[in-house]
Write a protein that binds this ligand. Structure first.
Ligand code: NAD
Length: 478
């Protein structure tokens, strides 16, 4: 249990640094410090909190290159993408610094005219935030920023694969009361210990469906709230009224961004038959033009996968699909003689029964299915137990509406794949999660509601005891 974490560079397979995993005593200390930080944070007015958040955002932006470099070394995502991630992380702090000032409660109509009814939004306490490795800073910010903005304390656990950028981010965050935000390190055993720790009042988790289920069960046993952002198997529908070249490029990008290791990676492509052959050809050409290699090189499009286990899973899915009759259009093999690279891959002839079409592959794979109609595409899109995101390309407004209404997913992107918006909720339907991050809902996830009912007059109410009134014995007179 616990011990040391060996952080590898996925581009080389070499060790970058070993760090100490947190012990039970570390967690006890963090929980105690969090309580103190929580009390002190109460004395910060909304405007003061916003100022601290804007300062955090400035500090992160000022260190974009450094943070992006660390993320690239430990996670393998291309530097360009990591640099963007720092900007989005900073933007999330700016956003929650402001909207928290605007969301402290509301006034419902009271029961009687002289009364006052208040709904006050209060913090929950100490929130454990547990995040994966693919977007270590951004996914931490989606939890940490709203949790703190709502008045909570946070204990953050990064993935054992990518603890270093998070450690640096924590050093750069200044102006919060001591103990309000702490980072603990470790693998699943430390994550579990955190969820089960009596000093933790809520858990906000992003990760796989399998781990999410365990976290949900552990939280339910303790009767604490759990926000779960889990995996996906996102469909992408391409209608026959679009420019095939642009659609293929958008589709390939949505499948191969971060080597396909995005929770909203597009993993299944349904193309209307009229353009299907052209789409396959355009995808092949585009995939073959991409530069795979050193993620630190600013011109690299696709870096390595995060680890050997992730690459083996992709190899299993692709290999099994080919054995079952799928045809490899391009890719389907490792790249380079070190690190965990896998060439972007296009498959056709795939069937719903293949794992590559129903389980999360989490790699740079574009499986393409020719469909006879939009109805068939929507039916197929909904055929898996996931419902995180979905993409559509069409110019036809009627088709947009059919997809918007017909696809069961937390986000439907039409003609602009994978664009997140801090101001709109993000999360999964069906087996892709419980709860939402971002937007107002992402703040409410970290708030308790307190209803306060005030009557300025103290008087005996006629519905109290005794029920037997003088005029009608035994009868309630209301
Ligand atoms: P993972 O589930 O293996 O690990 C996620 C985190 O949980 C890590 O920090 C890990 O140490 C911790 N953990 C492991 N076991 C635990 C336990 N029993 N109790 C508490 N914590 C535990 O996921 P991963 O491989 O790091 O990330 C990839 C997965 O995350 C994919 O399935 C992907 O789709 C998903 N993901 C989802 C979203 C989203 O917003 N829905 C975003 C990014 C990634």
């Amino acid at each position: 249990m616990s011990g040391r974490l060996n952080v590898l560079n996925p581009a080389t397979g070499e060790s970058i640094e070993e760090i100490e995993a947190s012990s039970r005593e570390d967690l006890d200390r963090a929980a105690q410090n969090a309580r103190r930080g929580f009390e002190e944070w109460r004395s910060f007015a909304g405007l003061d909190r916003a100022e601290v958040f804007h300062e955090i955002s400035r500090s992160l932006r000022d260190h974009s290159d450094e943070l992006a470099e660390i993320m690239t070394h430990e996670g393998g995502k291309p530097f360009i993408e990591n640099h963007d991630e720092v900007g989005w992380t900073a933007a999330c702090f700016d956003y929650y610094g402001e909207i928290a000032r605007d969301n402290v409660g509301y006034l419902p109509a009271p029961i009687e005219p002289q009364q006052l009814a208040l709904v006050i939004k209060e913090p929950i306490g100490t929130v454990a935030c547990i995040v994966p490795w693919n977007y270590p800073l951004l996914l931490a910010a989606w939890k940490v920023a709203p949790a703190l903005a709502a008045g909570n304390a946070v204990i953050l656990k990064p993935s054992e694969e990518t603890p270093l950028a998070t450690r640096r981010m924590a050093e750069l965050i200044d102006g919060l009361p001591e103990g309000l935000l702490q980072v603990v390190y470790g693998a699943g055993d430390v994550g579990e210990m955190l969820v089960r720790h009596p000093g933790v009042d809520m858990v906000a988790f992003t990760g796989s469906q399998e781990t999410g289920r365990k976290v949900g069960v552990a939280a339910a046993e303790r009767l604490i709230r759990a926000n779960l952002e889990l995996g996906g198997k996102d469909p992408f529908i391409i209608c026959d009224d679009v420019d095939v070249e642009i659609a293929a490029q958008g589709a390939v990008w949505a499948a191969c961004l971060n080597a396909g290791q995005v929770c909203t990676s597009s993993e299944r492509f349904y193309v209307e038959k009229k353009i299907a052959d052209d789409f396959v050809e355009a995808s092949k050409e585009f995939v073959e033009s991409l530069k795979v290699g050193d993620p630190m090189d600013r011109s690299t499009d696709i870096g390595p996968m995060v680890n050997a286990k992730g690459r083996e899973k992709v190899e299993r899915h692709v290999g099994e699909a080919i054995e079952m009759g799928a045809k490899l259009v391009t890719g389907g093999e490792r790249f380079g003689d070190r690190g965990f690279f896998y060439r972007p891959t296009v498959l056709v002839g795939v069937e719903p029964s293949m794992r590559v079409m129903r389980e999360e592959t989490f790699g740079p794979v574009v499986p393409i299915v020719r469909v006879d109609s939009l109805d068939e595409a929507i039916e197929q899109a909904n055929s898996v137990p996931y419902g995180l995101g979905a993409n559509v390309y069409t110019r036809d407004f009627e088709k947009m509406l059919r997809c918007m209404r017909g696809i069961r997913a937390g986000t439907v992107w039409i003609n602009d794949p994978l664009t997140d918006n801090d101001a709109a909720p993000f999360g999964g339907q069906k087996g892709s999660g419980i709860g939402r991050e971002l937007g107002r809902e992402g703040l409410e996830a970290f708030q308790e509601s307190k209803h306060v009912h005030i009557d300025p007059k103290i008087e005996k109410k006629e519905w109290w005891y005794p029920y037997a009134k003088d005029d009608e014995p035994g009868q309630r007179t209301m």
